[in-house]
Design a protein around this ligand. Structure first.
Ligand code: COA
Length: 269
């Protein structure tokens, strides 16, 4: 994808490129980056463009303005589009493809979280591979305060990250927890001072980008399969990526570079 920046959903979803890292920014400042259906559409377009750009090795999702990652779905659209079960199903359908895209994204993804990360915003963060948060971030799923039910896909990641009891505590109360608590229960993986968050996230993203893409993909695919129910686990997919990796030019390059005491240069083949 070129040039090195692009805008989707009338500027509410922004994409910039930093070396081999694509950065997607939620940019709906007036609403603490709440996600409208148009933004979901734009997010899908941004993720597709970065997925299809062979230069991009890692994707970081973040929120503009420092006050929020994403404050949830845009509640102002609920009266019209999510007012009962049938409407709610149609509403969910309009972001289903984008959620599926992020859930099965072929490149590593990182959520870089400052400020509020609530409801649908936390769901987006939980669809990424890992979550780094600033000390001043806050997390919660206020569904019970709004009268909303979360379905199986909405809760599966939460339960797998924090366990059933912490998931119940968050959902029954709708409470907000701070970054330290989120770190303690496994909802986020790193906590940093706000001004260190993006530089440290990019450092990690760049170090992933410098590794052998097939090996990183093998880890991603295998971990995703481990998390599935055994009956749905695709052992062939694990074997296929494992073989591709071990037969790759990059594996040869990795061995040679080690023996020659130099930095490897990986191509993803
Ligand atoms: N949808 C639509 N608008 C939202 C929103 C959301 N999810 N979250 C915030 N906004 C809007 C507010 O209505 C307000 O608009 P206004 O300036 O026209 O009044 C603006 O963003 C700023 O929000 P405000 O509440 O004044 O800021 P705050 O810093 O005091 O609190 C939040 C921020 C995010 C904690 C609070 O706005 C909130 O609780 N939002 C709803 C979160 C939620 O329930 N998400 C789950 C939805 S599924």
């Amino acid at each position: 994808m070129s040039p090195s920046s692009a805008a989707f959903a009338e500027g509410k979803i922004l994409v910039t490129i930093d070396d081999r890292v694509g950065i997607v920014t939620f940019n709906n400042l007036d609403k603490r980056n709440a996600m409208s259906l148009e933004m979901w559409q734009g997010l899908g377009e941004a993720l597709t463009a970065l997925r299809d750009d062979p230069e991009i090795r890692v994707v970081v999702l973040t929120g503009a303005g420092g006050k929020a990652f994403v404050s949830g779905a845009d509640i102002s659209q609920f009266e019209q589009s999510r007012h009962n079960a049938a409407a709610s199903e149609a509403y969910a359908e309009r972001s289903a493809a984008q959620r599926a895209l992020l859930a099965a994204y072929p490149k590593p993804t990182i959520a870089c979280i400052r400020g509020f990360c609530l409801g649908g915003g936390l769901q987006i963060a939980m669809l990424t591979d890992m979550r780094f948060a600033s000390e001043d971030s806050q997390f919660g799923i206020p569904a019970a305060k709004l009268g909303i039910a979360y379905g199986h896909d909405g809760l599966r990641n939460l339960v797998s990250l924090v366990g059933p009891s912490q998931a119940r505590l968050l959902l029954y109360t709708g409470m907000r927890i701070d970054a330290a608590e989120a770190l303690r229960i496994g909802l986020v993986d790193r906590m940093m001072a706000a001004d260190e968050l993006m530089p440290a996230t990019l450092d990690i993203a760049r170090s992933i980008a410098g590794n052998a893409p097939l090996a990183v993909q093998a880890a991603k695919i295998t971990i995703a399969e481990v998390l599935k129910d055994e009956s749905r686990r695709d052992m062939d997919a694990i074997k296929r990526i494992g073989d591709a990796c071990m037969d790759s030019e990059d594996f040869r390059e990795g061995r040679r570079a080690f023996m020659e005491k130099r930095k490897p240069s990986f191509t993803g083949r």
